[in-house]
Design a protein around this ligand. Structure first.
Ligand code: IPM
Ligand code: MG
Length: 373
């Protein structure tokens, strides 16, 4: 895509605020997106649609056809979060998670979920880990902190296998299945991501027990030999990986793993960088289209109070600019603004230091938008 196409064509973005803190954090990310449009002279056409519990309440369905159709014709989707206690009592297959989020990922073919977890210099103390584990020897502040990318397979595995309860209700099963092409396409994304980073992939599985993991390990190893010999590859069992992420997190560059392991390890990775409220994600399929969402979910316990951290969603917008629109300078501008705001001491409650008065969601969003340049 030429520079010209990038700047001239209107990008159509579907905005799905969803439930819980979703609407609050999405509003701040949209503010930042609009600030980018003004500063850099872009035209983003935004249209908002219903999803999740909010859609159930309004239409009776968690993923209305109209919402899916809008996503299918958009250039990118920005999602807040779905789910909450109000809809928890619904039968499993009608809950917002199972009836909206998973079918949306699957219908859009978004098999590749990127979840970068890095520690921001001003938030070094927010990590529950000791400073030397988070940051290393302090000699080179810019390079040494935790900086990993979890590449999570998103449309296969146990999430999408058969879920069944015996007729008497006394036993249940969930099936994990992976095919070679499914493993190859996600592994390729991970190897390519590593080529643009520190050149190292750690593939995480449970090959000492699971057959899907044995196939995973064989396939990833073969692909590395045949297509990515310059990328360093190692394999860890998922239990060991969970341990190494808190013991020596700076050893990780790209972590490649299947759907459920990636769900679990990305929450762990987020916490050691300070707050789950900081972590963005991109769900991709390799053609530029993407769905962007914070990894934290709807946080019903703090919804409606205006105290949620909007940074994960704002950084998801940066990922959208980079991955879907190729607007690298604009993405960097958003990330720089977040860094500058943190350096200036702006904090929501989840990252505030003892004795500090935390800012509201909107005040933090305003601060980031004001610094876009
Ligand atoms: C995530 C979430 C979802 C997942 C839930 C809400 C279904 O935890 O995006 O990590 O498990 O994928
Ligand atoms: Mg999760």
């Amino acid at each position: 895509m030429s520079e010209n196409e990038n700047t001239v064509r209107t990008k159509s973005i579907v905005v799905l605020p969803g439930d819980g803190v979703g609407p609050e954090i999405v509003a701040e990310a949209v503010k930042v997106l609009k600030a980018v449009a003004v500063k850099f002279g872009h035209d983003f056409a935004l249209q908002t649609h219903l999803i999740g519990g909010a859609a159930i309440d309004a239409t009776g369905r968690a993923l209305p056809d109209e919402t899916l159709a809008a996503c299918q014709t958009a250039d990118a989707v920005l999602l807040g979060a779905v789910g909450g206690p109000k809809w928890d009592a619904l039968p499993a297959e009608q809950r917002p998670e199972r009836a909206a989020l998973l079918p949306l990922r699957s219908a859009l073919g978004l098999f590749c979920n990127l979840r970068p977890a890095k520690v921001w210099a001003p938030l070094k103390e927010a990590s529950p880990l000791r400073p030397e584990i988070v940051w290393g020897d302090e000699k080179d502040e810019s390079e040494n902190g935790i900086d990993m990318l979890v590449v999570r397979e998103l449309t296969g595995g146990i999430y999408f296998g058969e879920h069944r309860r015996d007729p008497d209700g006394q036993a249940a099963c969930d099936t994990m299945r992976y095919s070679v092409p499914e493993i190859e396409r996600i592994a390729r994304m991970a190897f390519k991501a590593a080529q643009g980073r520190r050149g190292r992939v750690t593939s995480v599985d449970k090959a000492n027990v699971l057959e899907t993991s044995r196939l995973w390990r064989e396939t990833v190893s073969r692909l590395q030999r045949d297509e990515f010999p310059s990328v360093a590859l190692d394999h860890l069992y998922v239990d060991n990986a969970a341990m190494q992420i808190v013991r020596a997190p700076r050893r990780f560059d790209v972590i490649l793993t299947e759907n459920m392991f990636g769900d679990i390890l990305s929450d762990e990775a987020s916490q050691i960088t300070g707050s789950i409220g900081m972590l963005p994600s991109a769900s991709l399929r390799g053609d530029g289209f993407g769905l962007y969402e914070p990894i934290h979910g709807s946080a019903p316990d703090i919804a409606g109070q205006g105290i949620a951290n909007p940074i994960a969603t704002i950084l998801s917008v940066a990922m959208m600019l980079r991955h879907s629109f190729g607007l690298v300078a604009e993405a960097a501008a958003v990330e720089r603004s977040v860094g500058a705001v943190l350096a200036d001491g702006y904090r929501t409650a989840d990252i505030a230091r003892a004795g500090e008065t935390p800012l509201s969601t909107a005040a933090l969003g305003d601060a980031v938008a004001a610094k876009i340049k």
